[in-house]
Design a protein around this ligand. Structure first.
Ligand SMILES: [Fe+2]
Length: 130
């Protein structure tokens, strides 16, 4: 059984897929079961911990003090409302700013995920909704 927003990775070809509709089957790629990417929860001092700037009542900027070099960078950032009705993803390349600006009232709150090419999937869960 899969769950909304879970990410699965193929360890052979490195495909990553996100669940947008839950099902009971297994995900197979390159003739092998895809691996569920576990979320890591960095501390506030960690470069994978999301920083937030409130631009106005519904506009927020999420950013990371993380390297964005060819060797080590954040490949994408996602905001996910806690009710999972709202998801926004921004894909990044080396030398891009590790930031995402979005509008969402997200009254129930939200959390942020990023995928680092070295440290994989990280989540910041204690984002406040304002
Ligand atoms: Fe990293």
């Amino acid at each position: 059984m899969t769950h909304l927003t879970e990410l699965f990775k193929c360890n052979i070809c490195t495909n990553i897929v996100e669940i947008t509709h839950e099902g009971v089957g297994s995900l197979i790629c390159c003739n092998e079961a895809m691996k569920l990417l576990e979320e890591h929860y960095p501390t506030k001092e960690d470069a994978h911990f999301a920083q937030i700037e409130h631009i106005d009542e519904i506009t927020k900027k999420i950013y990371f003090n993380h390297p964005m070099t060819q060797e080590h960078f954040i490949e994408f950032i996602e905001i996910i409302s806690l009710d999972k009705k709202y998801i926004k993803r921004k894909h990044l390349k080396p030398n891009d700013k590790a930031e995402l600006i979005f509008k969402c009232d997200c009254k129930e709150g939200f959390y942020i995920r990023n995928y680092c090419n070295i440290h994989l999937l990280n989540a910041t869960k204690d984002m406040e909704a304002r």
